[in-house]
Design a protein around this ligand. Structure first.
Ligand SMILES: [Fe+2]
Ligand SMILES: [Fe+2]
Length: 324
């Protein structure tokens, strides 16, 4: 029996239990009580992440029919398909927090939901497939490896599998660039141009600088986020600064250097006004990306209807079998 006076005490006990799990670095599962703000933060983050995976299929899907060989086409198709799978795991993880996938999709299509601003840049040449794999998937890995330990169970577990596939994506991108960089002068130029265009946007994938990222602190206190935006960005710079040497290419940044005192990699200041513009929907491809997603959603209506009809039929069959 619950009385009015007991309710606040229960809530405190639940909050204490939650705080204990977080302090022990344990996992919060869907059945556990959680503060509303924790639930909302995660629902927003995981759904945005899911949207990024499926919108992120577009710049590369655009090149499947123009891949330079059958082998490249098969690899690119597998990669784009992986991204659809990542979306699926993440929508499923987000659904455990109480929002339906239909609702999340409706918000995306209505332009109410955000996704990573990187996918609003165009993929102009075949070398962009290399730069996206190396830099964009590379930044995604740097961001996501610590998320494998996120306090919310379904999110952390989804990230483990995603990260394994992302490392294949990064290597395939690197290998495309390596081949181009060792090809003709024109191919090398094409690779360098792609790196030049994707470098700064990929650094911005880690989010705004720490002093302009008000929610980061709370996310870190909840063990969702393990490292700050600037920390992750610095690590990523340290990683690619070495890898670019193997490619025989350069990064378009004169300021890159390791600061012994801070233990951080430093880089050119990034254009955060551009970042905000793209995030606000005014990037080069925002309208096109959403339009394409709407079309794909409409085109897929019959598949959803057929799947629902099949599920209903199976359920009916089971009920009849149970009754017999
Ligand atoms: Fe992905
Ligand atoms: Fe990927």
């Amino acid at each position: 029996m619950t009385t009015a006076t007991e309710a606040p005490q229960d809530l405190t006990a639940e909050q204490e239990q939650f705080d204990r799990l977080i302090a022990d670095d344990s996992r919060i599962e869907p059945r556990d009580w959680m503060p509303e703000a924790y639930r909302k933060t995660l629902a927003r983050q995981i759904s945005q992440h899911a949207h990024s995976e499926i919108i992120g299929m577009q710049p590369e899907a655009n090149w499947i029919t123009r891949a330079p060989s059958l082998k490249r086409k098969a690899i690119l198709m597998a990669k784009v398909q992986d991204e659809a799978g990542h979306g699926l795991y993440l929508y499923s993880a987000a659904e455990t927090l109480g929002t339906t996938r239909d609702q999340m999709m409706a918000d995306l299509i209505a332009g109410k939901a955000r996704y990573s601003s990187i996918f609003n840049y165009p993929a102009r040449t075949w070398a962009d497939m290399g730069a996206i794999g190396w830099l964009v998937d590379g930044a995604a890995i740097a961001n996501q490896v610590p998320l494998c330990r996120a306090s919310y169970g379904p999110y952390g577990r989804a990230m483990v599998r995603i990260c394994k596939e992302e490392s294949f994506h990064q290597r395939q991108g690197f290998e495309i660039l390596l081949e181009l960089a060792n090809g003709t002068e024109a191919q090398k130029q094409m690779a360098q141009d792609a790196v030049n265009r994707w470098y700064a946007p990929s650094l911005m994938m880690f989010g705004p600088p720490d002093d302009d990222s008000p929610n980061s602190k709370q996310s870190m206190a909840w063990n969702i986020k393990r490292f700050s935006n600037d920390e992750l960005r610095s690590r990523f710079v340290g990683m690619i600064v070495e890898q670019v040497k193997t490619l025989g290419l350069t990064l378009p940044d004169d300021e890159i250097g390791y600061n012994e005192e801070s233990g951080k990699w430093e880089h050119d200041p990034l254009d955060w006004d551009e970042f905000k513009e793209v995030l606000a929907g005014r990037g080069p491809c925002n309208a096109q990306r959403l339009e394409r997603r709407r079309e794909a959603h409409d085109d897929g209506a019959w598949v959803r209807e057929a799947a629902a009809a099949y599920a209903a039929k199976q359920a009916e069959k089971r009920t009849m079998e149970e009754a017999a």
